[in-house]
Design a protein around this ligand. Structure first.
Ligand code: SF4
Length: 446
């Protein structure tokens, strides 16, 4: 039963010491009741109070982790319906499905390709997170062989999919010691599936056509001793899928514990790549913890992974690159120094234009808290003092002999001050847009 802020307050030390980052214990207790802070943020809660507060402070959606030999992926721990309220914590794991009726060579080829897939997206490596192996044959030996073949081709976490306990047992034993998701408990097999999940110490995937069925099953399974579960709402239409995922998140955030688990969406079941892509996008937007797709091709998974990256980026924290001096096209001491901020899109706009031109340059990236050039300048985070400090801190003066530094065109007003801050440097004003940098470097600085 969730506690109110006032009930929580009565169990806190009430000293208002502020170490939790809030001015009063009451303010902290209100945030704790709203699941916006962790109980551990207060170092002075007694053990007795901790026990009483444990349920109230637990995240409304349980954190469930799957592990393979090389990687882990987690879902859950989410505390909001909309990311602007705080942020989303765990990106949905995207799993590629293989089926045990395919031949072994086809399985290993698909798994190896999915496992090796990586693509750079504004400095972030986008990858797939796991493999779902489905036991469609109904044959334990065939399923175990498919799981083994897939394991030879990847170290990613697995989701084992079957509603037949004998088939599931054979698959799990092929990867014993790992932590796959055992996907397929339902109202007719749940007791046998619980036994397997307990033996494997692995999370259990629970399938239900309605919210009532799911809630009833999770309560029985929890009473039988399995805590880590993943819910598969199994509606028959796309609209119903979106509605059920949303209802589960809403009810979980209202502390309805029987639905307080991450969900999985099988976009792979659609049988049509266009519909599959739409279902995967649905699931990423609202609110799956794991998404299973059948199709694997770079052009299919790229937009899904980019969508996921954009939805799960903290809206209060711009994507940033590390402040540093970057060497583009192997610059020599005679080459110019360019300056920009550490907002990743700004950095990549500048770096890509210069790199594409083939002309060498040193690129100084200042710490502007992830803001673009104009925003940072307006906020006082990109001025002559900041630029000069970065030039000195990164030892740029020791790398170059001509000492020509180029300001972004929008900040021409800084040139006089920068000359004062960097005596001996020739301060120039570059173009306003990154796209004009190659021409500028070729003509003005040639
Ligand atoms: S750290 Fe604990 S005792 Fe101190 S103000 Fe916060 S809640 Fe109160």
């Amino acid at each position: 039963m969730a506690l109110s802020g006032i009930q929580i307050y009565k169990m806190l030390p009430q000293t208002n010491c502020k170490e939790c980052g809030f001015p009063t214990c009451l303010a902290f207790s209100m945030k704790l009741a709203a699941k916006q802070v962790e109980l551990d943020d207060c170092p002075y809660v007694t053990e007795e109070s901790k026990e009483q507060l444990a349920e109230s402070s637990a995240p409304p959606i349980r954190l469930v982790t799957l592990a393979g030999p090389d990687r882990e992926t987690a879902a859950g721990n989410e505390v909001v319906l909309f990311r602007h309220e705080k942020k989303f914590f765990n990106r949905p794991g995207v799993f590629v499905r293989v089926v045990d009726t395919e031949d072994t060579a086809a399985i290993t080829e698909k798994v190896a390709a999915a496992s090796a897939y990586t693509v750079d997206y504004v400095g972030i490596d986008l990858n797939l997170d796991g493999i779902a192996v489905e036991g469609a044959s109904g044959d334990p030996a065939a399923f175990a062989a498919a799981v083994g073949a897939a394991r030879e081709a990847t170290g990613l976490p697995f989701m084992l999919v079957s509603d037949d306990p004998a088939v599931m047992e054979a698959g799990w034993k092929a990867v014993e010691g790992e932590k796959p998701l055992l996907m397929g408990a339902n109202s007719s097999n749940w007791e046998a599936m619980v036994d397997l999940a307990k033996q494997a110490e692995a999370p259990l995937g629970v399938v239900g056509e309605t919210l009532e069925e799911l809630a009833e099953l999770t309560q029985k399974i929890q009473e039988a001793g399995v805590e880590d579960m993943v819910l598969q709402p199994a509606p028959t239409a796309m609209g119903a899928s979106l509605a059920m995922q949303t209802q589960i998140r809403r009810l979980a955030l209202k502390n309805f514990r029987p639905l307080g688990y991450p969900t999985v969406a099988f976009a792979s079941d659609s049988g049509d790549p266009a519909k599959e892509a739409t279902l995967a996008a649905h699931a990423i937007c609202k609110y799956a913890g794991f998404v299973v797709v059948d199709s694997f091709a770079p052009e299919f998974v790229y937009p899904i992974l980019v969508l996921r990256e954009n939805i799960y980026t903290d809206p209060q924290k711009p994507i940033q690159v590390l402040p540093a001096v970057y060497e583009i096209n192997d610059p020599k001491p005679s080459d110019p120094v360019l300056v920009t901020t550490n907002f990743s899109i700004t950095y990549f706009s500048v770096a890509n234009e210069v790199e594409g031109s083939g002309l060498p340059a040193w690129l100084v990236v200042t710490d502007a808290e992830g803001m673009s050039v104009l925003t940072a300048w307006a906020a006082g985070k990109f001025d002559a003092e900041v630029i000069a400090k970065a030039v000195k801190e990164f030892g740029v003066g020791d790398k170059v002999e001509k000492k020509v530094i180029v300001l972004p065109g929008h900040t021409a007003v800084l040139s006089g001050e920068l000359e004062e801050e960097l005596p001996g440097w020739d301060v120039k004003v570059g173009p306003r847009e990154a796209v004009d940098l190659p021409g500028y470097l070729k003509t003005v600085l040639a």
